[in-house]
Design a protein around this ligand. Sequence first.
Ligand code: ADP
Length: 287
Amino acid sequence: EERSRDAELKSEELQAAKEDLEQKARELEQSSTYKSEFLANMSHELRTPLNSILLLSEMLLDDEEHGLSEEQKEFSKVIHSSGQDLLNLINDILDLSKVEAGKLEVSFEEVFLDEFTERIERQFAQAAKNKKIDFTVEKADDVTPIIYTDEQRLQQILKNLLSNAFKFTEKGSVSVKIEKANAKETIGCPLKGQSDAWVKFSVTDSGIGIPKDKQRMIFEAFQQVDGATMRKYGGTGLGLSISREFALLLGGVCKVESKEGEGSIFTLILPNLPDGYPSMAGFEVHD
Ligand code: ADP
């Protein structure tokens, strides 16, 4: 009899502990939702005054009539570019908090890779020229001419990878290659499917490289290789975590291979999803 009373007590204790845990999980989820909502509202409230700062400093710069002095022009430029930096940061925080809250929407559409390639080339031609770095964008002949994905998110990921490539490269080259991905390369993607249904975008640079032990953490929010790099190069440490989250949302993955002092290769592997994410014809979700 005593033994069964013991067992009863134990099961009551277990039940209480379980309820306690469930309550804690609900509280955590709730506070995480509050955090994301707070960030989203805050970002919105910050953007409104910032837009005035940007617009008015631009007007000052364009104002021929009142002729600003050189020094005044210089100050207006600083106001404008600092405002732009702040706006980029706010947009990044907003994107990341949306992903965390599961509120970032993706819309799948056809992306013509030839046009896409040309657009990237144009976008970074000036950066390449300014730094006297060789820049090539190349699409393999056997890769699909159209990939179904979210064009805006794809664009954002490549912009992040390419801005980094140019930022951390002083001489040599930056190149983008678009080709088929092989089955092994799709490891780490949330989806699995036939290997010819994947596209690989690689961004290769001959820059400073990333030490092996830092290659994982740079994909975490606000993480940079070291404080000194941050001061020298600026930036927020959000670009890669956004790229990684976006890649996952599109069913793919973003990875790095790099050697310190030699350069880096960032790859983005994406599934071609002609029927969009909900149906995912030809693909399965990994367990
Ligand atoms: P940010 O560039 O704003 O610092 P990211 O998340 O894009 O933020 O990158 C995080 C860090 O990863 C960078 O600060 C840098 O230390 C490292 N990194 C990213 N891309 C490269 C690259 N192509 N070459 C060398 N280091 C890089």
